[in-house]
Design a protein around this ligand. Structure first.
Ligand code: AHR
Length: 516
């Protein structure tokens, strides 16, 4: 990387406290887990008899670190896996559970790996185990139901299994036999996954009919169930249009029963696809692609509003992230596991800031995936464990959860070396009591960005910074160097109005501003 220089103070950030966008629901800081590669087996689940420290079979290091992120919600069991999953396989005595072919077993990469739980699902981690994981880290569970190969009855009996009061139904008895006499209860239910593809190859209109059938009757048990429809693939606006049109063909009633529609957008990779091999131009390319989330949200939202005039239905971005190739040095069975770099941390910052800025539209988001997979916060193999730069961004941004998102205008010069991928400073700001949280991504690989920060009609009394960066844009945490990338705190900023701050090159920064 070339020597870094300082730019003149030509950037400004103006925070407009009177212009509230909405409350940042903690749920946009959610995660996603799937029976895919090393995510569940040897990632989350190590088994009760493992020598790896565990809590009832769940990796203890994961529980301890995940709690720090205040994870609001975790989605499970897929992804594409969900539409071939029979939840009954994963309950009852562990030693009698069936083994099934995993949805991903035939992928080129995995088919060459040795046989194991990644290819032949042993069902050792099931509903009760997932719910224990959620309880132990304080997250709400979000189940992805099986629409392609399961029935509406399977779907509502899973709800009955989780939510019916002790002693009332055969399902509640089954749950009690698994050690959980009391209902959990589970509120979020996805009706299929990617129903335009692996979830059944439906058209938006055909799926709307199936969706209506699945949710037409389900037992409630006093729980305010939130149904999430399978939504569009990236910019498939025709899907959103046709789903909503068909949903209301017999009247607007079904709109009352849709909590959200699930948008999936992976910003992908660049060049060779190897997570830590990229040029500065490819650095910008990936960040530019991450920035596309903004347009996807506003465009789908506009189409949804043509039918949903009362804006009952929100967007749920339940799969997002960068997606690089598998790193075979981790484990040959861990499909799509790799060590995320600083570049992926900036992808996270750009995306979470986008969600904050659209707090009025996005009701939930789930980074794909939590562990040993795409865009992960955690990597583990056997006893080895590390948090990734993505984890640090979630940790820094947790301060936004539950705050009011405030309109914030950023004007800054374009980042250097990226004419074909125009990028500049970007961020989001939220208010809580007498403080503001301002998160900013500086994509420029070589320039500091001196920036004047104003909060309209308010004085910034004091400020603290937390900065995630590295002199090497390819930096990443590995099992050998788990602390190579970690945030640095600066408690002694010179505050005042205007407040001038220099954003480091290739960085994600959180500023905690005390206002009076
Ligand atoms: O996250 C990996 C896969 O990506 C999911 O299973 C699927 O929903 C998406 O295509």
């Amino acid at each position: 990387m070339s020597a870094r220089t300082s730019s003149a103070s030509s950037a400004r950030i103006d925070v407009l406290p009177d212009e509230v966008i909405g409350t940042i629901t903690p749920d946009i800081y959610g995660h996603f887990t799937e029976h895919l590669g090393g995510c569940i087996y040897d990632g989350i689940w190590v088994g009760e008899n493992s020598k790896i420290p565990n809590v009832g079979g769940i990796r203890k290091a994961l529980i301890d670190h995940l709690k720090r992120l205040k994870p609001p919600v975790i989605r499970w069991p897929g992804g594409c896996f969900a539409d071939s999953y029979n939840w009954r396989d994963g309950v009852g005595p562990r030693n009698t559970r069936p083994r099934r072919t995993n949805f991903w077993a035939d992928t080129d990469y995995l088919s060459k790996a040795p046989n194991g739980p990644q290819k032949y699902e042993p069902n050792q981690f099931g509903t009760n185990d997932f719910l224990r994981l959620c309880k132990s880290v304080g997250a709400e569970p979000y189940f992805a139901g099986n629409l392609r190969s399961g029935s509406a009855r399977d779907f509502y009996e899973w709800i009955e299994y989780c939510n019916s009061p002790a002693g009332t139904t055969t399902m509640a008895d089954l749950r009690a036999q698994g050690g959980e006499p009391n209902p959990f209860p589970v509120r979020f239910w996805g009706v299929g996954n990617e129903s335009w593809g692996c979830g059944g190859a439906f058209t938006g209109a055909d799926y709307a009919v199936e969706f209506r059938r699945f949710i037409e009757w389900v037992p409630r048990f006093g729980v305010k169930l939130a149904f999430i429809a399978s939504g569009p693939n990236v910019d498939d606006y025709a899907w959103t249009h046709s789903f909503f049109q068909k949903l209301v063909e017999k009247g607007p009633g079904p709109l009352r029963n849709v909590y959200g529609t699930a948008l999936h957008y992976y910003c992908g990779t660049t060049g060779t696809g190897v997570a830590d091999q990229f040029t500065p131009v490819e650095w910008y390319e990936l960040l530019f692609k991450a920035n596309r989330m903004e347009q996807l949200i506003t465009n789908h939202w506009q189409i949804m509003g043509e039918v949903d005039k009362e804006r009952r239905v929100k967007l749920v971005v339940d799969e997002w992230g960068a997606w690089h190739h598998t790193d075979p040095s981790i484990d040959p069975s861990y499909l799509w596991a790799y060590f995320p770099t600083l570049r992926d941390a900036l992808v996270s910052g750009i995306t979470l800031d986008t969600f904050n800025r659209h707090a009025d539209k996005v009701a939930m988001a789930n980074a794909a995936q939590l562990m040993n997979n795409i865009h992960s916060s955690f990597l583990a193999a056997g006893e080895r464990f590390t948090v990734t730069p993505v984890y640090h961004v979630f940790d820094m941004y947790a301060a936004h959860q539950g705050n009011k998102s405030i309109r914030t205008i950023v004007s800054a010069p374009p980042a250097s070396q990226s004419p074909q991928y125009p990028l500049t400073l970007s961020g989001s700001c939220s208010l809580r009591q007498k403080g503001a949280v301002l998160t900013v991504v500086n994509p420029d690989v070589e320039n500091w960005q001196e920036t004047e920060i104003n909060v309209r009609n308010v004085r910034i009394a004091s400020a603290r910074a937390t900065v995630l960066t590295s002199r090497d844009i390819h930096a990443r945490n590995t099992f050998e160097r788990p602390e190579a990338v970690q945030p640095v705190r600066d408690e002694n900023l010179h505050a005042g109005s205007p407040f001038v701050y220099r954003f480091a090159p290739a960085s994600v920064t959180r500023l905690d501003l005390d206002l009076n």
